[in-house]
Design a protein around this ligand. Structure first.
Ligand code: SAM
Length: 244
């Protein structure tokens, strides 16, 4: 019946998909997929024969009316992205907004997610609470502004980054955050899965040769422990001394 399913798909290893996700993709009338070639590969693997149409960053807006038409006619539609959870640093959120406004049911089918997979294996002692930031802006001034805004955030920070920009981003983080502890999680669930743990300056040293998909986990801001009550007491005594 007229329902929009948001279906989690693997982030590398094709086995990381739930049985419910596979069944849903088989049972719905339509699949809206980010890159139809990527999704055909997944569907072939699981013998899913449901028709697929494309819905990506650049046509999501146009697809909203189309999906609402399909739902109005009693069809069910599943949204999938190239990897992981739709709407999470991927298309879907605007569609979900309009579909809920139009009064149709939206059902999440959970699955793999790169940020949370990286976080849980990070090894950081205090990883909760966290801020799921996703991608930073590409251009330096905008990225700088974003990082400055995060400088005093005490939550663990989760970023997505491409290998082309990783070194520049880590260098800017070092400049803004200082030499914090980070974890770079690379190629999660795939053959060359790797975790690089260290301070920003340590990880920057190896960042030139890194390829593949990556998540950066940055430990949160820790306020320097200054006892202000002592400072004001000392100031007060100094003032007394000064004034004789
Ligand atoms: N929707 C996805 C999710 O739920 O995680 C995220 C999609 S986003 C367009 C793609 C980015 O996620 C990559 O650039 C990378 O930062 C991260 N990512 C996706 N798969 C990954 C993997 N296997 N290992 C590490 N990072 C990954």
């Amino acid at each position: 019946s007229a329902t929009l399913y948001l279906v989690g798909t693997p982030i590398g290893n094709l086995e990381d998909i739930t049985m419910r996700a596979v069944r849903t993709l088989k049972e719905v009338d339509w699949i809206a997929a980010e890159d139809t070639r990527v999704s055909r590969h997944l569907c072939n693997h699981y013998d899913i024969e449901t028709p697929i149409f494309s819905m990506h960053e650049h046509n999501e807006f146009d697809r909203i009316d189309y999906v609402i038409e399909l739902l109005s006619a009693g069809n069910s539609v599943a949204v999938i992205s190239d990897a992981g959870l739709p709407c999470i640093s991927d298309p879907g959120a605007r569609l979900v907004h309009h579909v809920t406004e139009a009064g149709f049911a939206v059902v999440p089918i959970p699955g793999a997610n790169a940020g949370l997979s990286a976080l849980m294996a990070s090894g950081l002692e205090a990883l909760m609470p966290f801020v799921f930031y996703g991608f930073l802006e590409h251009k330096k001034p905008a990225k700088l502004k974003q990082l400055q805004g995060l400088q005093q955030v005490s939550e663990t920070l989760i970023f997505y980054e491409s290998p082309h920009r990783i070194k520049a981003s880590l260098e800017l983080m070092l400049e803004i955050f200082g030499d914090r502890q980070i974890v770079l999680a690379r190629e999660l669930t795939k053959k060359f899965e790797e975790f690089i743990r260290g301070t920003l300056s340590e990880v920057i040293k190896v960042a030139d040769d890194l390829k593949g998909e990556m998540v950066i986990i940055v430990s949160g801001y820790v306020a320097e422990t200054v006892d202000y009550s002592m400072i004001s007491a000392v100031d007060h005594v100094q003032q007394l001394v000064d004034s004789g």
